[in-house]
Design a protein around this ligand. Sequence first.
Ligand SMILES: *[C@@H]1O[C@H](CO)[C@@H](O)[C@H](O)[C@H]1NC(C)=O
Ligand SMILES: *[C@@H]1O[C@H](CO)[C@@H](O)[C@H](O)[C@H]1NC(C)=O
Ligand SMILES: *[C@@H]1O[C@H](CO)[C@@H](O)[C@H](O)[C@H]1NC(C)=O
Ligand SMILES: [Cu+2]
Length: 397
Amino acid sequence: MKLSVILTAGLLTIASAAPNNAHKKKYQENDRLAHKGMANLKAYVAKNGYPAPEKCTLKNASVRKEWSSLSKRQRRDYIKAVQCLGKLPAKTPASVAPGAKSRYDDLVVTHIQQAWNIHGTANFLAWHRYYTWTFEQMLRNECGYKGAHPYYNWAHWADNPKRGPFFDGSSTSMSGDGSYIPGRNYSCFPFEDPCLMKLQPGSGGGCVTSGPFKHWKTNMGPLQFMLKIPEGLPQVPPNPQADGLGYNPRCLRRDMSQQAADATTDFEVSSLIKNFNDIATFQTVYQGEFAEGRMGVHTGGHYTIGGDAGSDFFNSPADPAFFPHHGMIDRVWWTWQNQDIESRQYAIAGGTSIRDPGGRNGTLDDLIGFGEYVGAPYITIRDAMNTLDGPFCYIYA
Ligand SMILES: *[C@@H]1O[C@H](CO)[C@@H](O)[C@H](O)[C@H]1NC(C)=O
Ligand SMILES: *[C@@H]1O[C@H](CO)[C@@H](O)[C@H](O)[C@H]1NC(C)=O
Ligand SMILES: *[C@@H]1O[C@H](CO)[C@@H](O)[C@H](O)[C@H]1NC(C)=O
Ligand SMILES: [Cu+2]
């Protein structure tokens, strides 16, 4: 009698533990490193002062949190503000981008236009930091969002991203997988030709069917040359314009991939933070070394989502999961910088165009920005190196 009661109670605990654990806050090595970096940052400003004390201190810096640490109400507020940007009219004229239909699309346009000059380059981390921050400002200034921008910690959910609160398809998630399209071959990345790494088909491939973004519209991309073998973006017609900016309305597609998520485990993320002292190696390993068969954490995060966010190097911000994903990209860089502030805060390396590997190297004086329609001023890379300086005033939890 007694034993069976205990057994029954035990079974109940096990049965209810699984779903609860999936949503429980986690603490991993990458979090420990972030917090160690934060302690270093506190000590550093105590000794050296703030770069812009009249504008930003640790007392009033906003704190960016992981999606699972937001209350459901905070998640809904963020989702609502993103949807609001998707409804506001574009400022980009149709003569520049006929596919730009919303204020959200204004940001997508600039990523498509600049893609060759902001990936695999000296400005990669700084550009995407400023880009995510600008998105946050648009949410705040144009759509009434009050919170700090969230990030999505891939490592917490790498063993099964669809079980985590970010991709579980619930009303407080960023929507789930696309509908499953069977019978597909592997695809290659970063492009089909040459095939440097193979990615097996994910568990979706079709339109997102659950959660707040099931009616989200994707309006631009994919560039025609990316569609020679359309395995990663099945059923997507090529863009009517060669530059990808033509109007190509369709659903939001995802193709979530465990193979890609396996490149974003806590081991991968914390090794990246710990093992590379120079920015050149750090940012290269971060973005992947495909010829050597290493996907990299950045690419792993993109292809975990798949669809446009993964398979389209130009149009990837068309999926709103892009921004919390890039929040995490920024957090890992911030964490890496804070491990050795003196030598890493202003470290820069790399070229200015991925298509011109022998070309000019980037410098801290290079400008980064988003064209004339997003509405954010151009700043120097130097201005984007410190999240307590330049336009910024935030830290990561
Ligand atoms: C942060 O604090 C400083 C110094 O007290 C103040 O001048 C500044 O306006 C504050 N910034 C924000 C974003 O609240
Ligand atoms: C997959 O693609 C490869 C390379 O194009 C081809 O050799 C192979 O036959 C394809 N497999 C299937 C099942 O279509
Ligand atoms: C760019 O920097 C690298 C590494 O310091 C250097 O080897 C290369 O010569 C530089 N390229 C140019 C064009 O200055
Ligand atoms: Cu990008």
